[in-house]
Write a protein that binds this ligand. Structure first.
Ligand code: AMP
Ligand code: ZN
Length: 115
């Protein structure tokens, strides 16, 4: 764990969070400033700063993340209605927290992402 990382501190239980899913590889909790009725952040337990830090050794983790996102979306009642999975990577994306995280958004029409 990275002592100064807010999401590592959430995993360690040092900062409270509304946890919706946890296993040996990943951790998911509600976003503190939700942009939609459902706004969940899914993070790997391993501290990776950004999407750029994925390496071939993470192949299994990457697949696991996809399956857990799908399960959480279904648990939240979004499977049929639809939802969005989004990752910000680096300054021009607007990434604020440098512990890789997947946003899971849904519960309202989300609008077009691309102009
Ligand atoms: P990003 O801009 O992709 O780095 O997104 C960071 C997200 O983390 C934002 O949506 C914040 O609302 C969220 N966030 C920051 N601190 C916390 C926290 N302590 N608990 C839950 N979500 C948080
Ligand atoms: Zn971290």
């Amino acid at each position: 764990m990275l002592e100064e990382c807010i999401f590592c501190r959430i995993i360690a239980g040092k900062i409270p969070a509304d946890v919706v899913y946890a296993d040996d590889q990943v951790f998911a909790f509600k976003d503190i400033n939700p942009a939609a009725p459902v706004h969940i952040l899914l993070i790997p337990r391993e501290h990776l700063a950004t999407f750029n830090d994925f390496e071939p050794r993470h192949k299994e983790l990457i697949g696991h993340i996809a399956l857990v996102l799908k399960k959480i979306a279904a648990d939240q009642g979004l499977a049929e209605k639809g939802y969005r999975v989004l990752v910000n990577c680096g300054p021009e994306s607007g990434q604020v927290v440098y512990h890789l995280h997947y946003h899971l958004l849904g519960g309202r029409p989300l609008g077009a992402l691309l102009p």
